[in-house]
Design a protein around this ligand. Structure first.
Ligand code: C2E
Ligand code: CA
Ligand code: CA
Ligand code: CA
Length: 277
């Protein structure tokens, strides 16, 4: 028995170490990827449900490592969060997206809004606004072309500081979306205190609509709530005609999802823009 316990412990220790090593390896690689410009942004269109026109896009981070291959954001964002790299990543994304907005404006006369995902940890940094301001100045992007997506999670422990931060963003001319709405289990009362522009209904709600009327009623209630608070609604992860039709019927204004387009790299996006000119 003693032996066995020893073995279990040994195994446990090795596993922990292996996990640590892998996380550490990824962290080191990620650090290099940020500073050697090995990350990439893909862009997914947001579509006006009535006109079928593109009204903007969301920038989504992609990381390809020569040894580890393609690593999905759901894997490396948590590591970045824990190691503090997330602020560097967030700033890289803001800068990159801002430069792309300018590029598209010059190349195609495109004047759309690009949304960038900002992690709660980064958003809560006291210097977030000042750093954002300097990125805006440095890249010369028009703030009205920039949107910040923050998850409902960021809103959970809301206080005056958070409200002031959102107000500052608005004063700068940016717009703000609440991401993954409905998954945070937070109190709804925060919504009316925040001057946010858009609410993004989490994909899990959209997927669930096929399972029955009560799920559709949920989505419909979220849309009504948003409208009552003078917010727009984006439905996330729309894949089917069925989902699109129900959302249309319940007065959702914008959709995003594979039904219209996957997130595209810049060269594919440019081709898409040229084809739809
Ligand atoms: P998110 O912000 O909720 O982004 C939407 C995710 O859904 C993206 O996954 C997108 O590719 C995917 N998606 C879009 N349409 C569909 C669809 O029709 N069906 C399905 N099944 N999926 C769809 P992705 O790119 O893998 O990103 C996952 C998450 O990683 C994001 O969720 C976001 O939380 C995080 N993330 C991505 N880029 C960044 C970034 O630059 N910064 C930060 N902080 N987080 C990021
Ligand atoms: Ca998002
Ligand atoms: Ca989302
Ligand atoms: Ca999500």
């Amino acid at each position: 028995a003693k032996n066995k316990r020893g073995n279990y412990y040994q195994l446990y220790k090795e596993n922990i170490q292996r996990m640590d090593n892998r996380a550490l390896e990824m962290e080191t690689k990620l650090y290099k990827a940020i500073h050697q410009d090995l990350l990439e942004l893909h862009y997914q269109p947001k579509i006006d449900i009535k006109s079928n026109k593109m009204i903007g896009m969301e920038a989504l981070l992609r990381w390809h490592d020569s040894e580890l291959g393609q690593i999905p954001p759901n894997k490396f964002i948590p590591i970045a969060e824990e190691s503090g790299l997330i602020c560097d990543i967030g700033e890289w994304v803001l800068r990159k997206a801002s430069l792309q907005i300018k590029q598209w404006k010059e190349q195609y006369g495109l004047n759309l809004r690009v949304a960038v995902n900002i992690s709660p940890t980064h958003f809560e940094e006291p210097c977030f606004i000042d750093r954002l301001k300097s990125i805006i100045e440095e890249t010369n992007v028009e703030p009205k072309n920039l949107e910040i997506e923050i998850t409902e999670l960021s809103m959970m422990h809301y206080n005056n500081e958070l409200i002031n931060k959102i107000k500052k963003l608005k004063d700068l001319g940016l717009t703000i979306s609440i991401d993954d709405f409905g998954t945070g289990y937070s109190s709804l009362s925060y919504l009316k205190n925040f001057p946010v522009d858009t609410l993004k209904i989490d994909r899990s709600f959209i997927v669930s609509m096929i399972d029955g009327d009560s799920n559709i009623a949920m989505v419909s209630a979220i849309i009504s709530l948003a409208h009552a608070l003078k917010m727009n609604v984006v439905a996330e992860g729309v894949e089917t005609e069925y989902e699109l039709e129900i959302l249309k019927k319940h007065h959702c204004e914008f959709v995003q999802g594979y039904y219209f387009s996957k997130p595209l790299c810049v060269s594919d996006f440019n081709r898409f823009l040229e084809d739809n000119r």
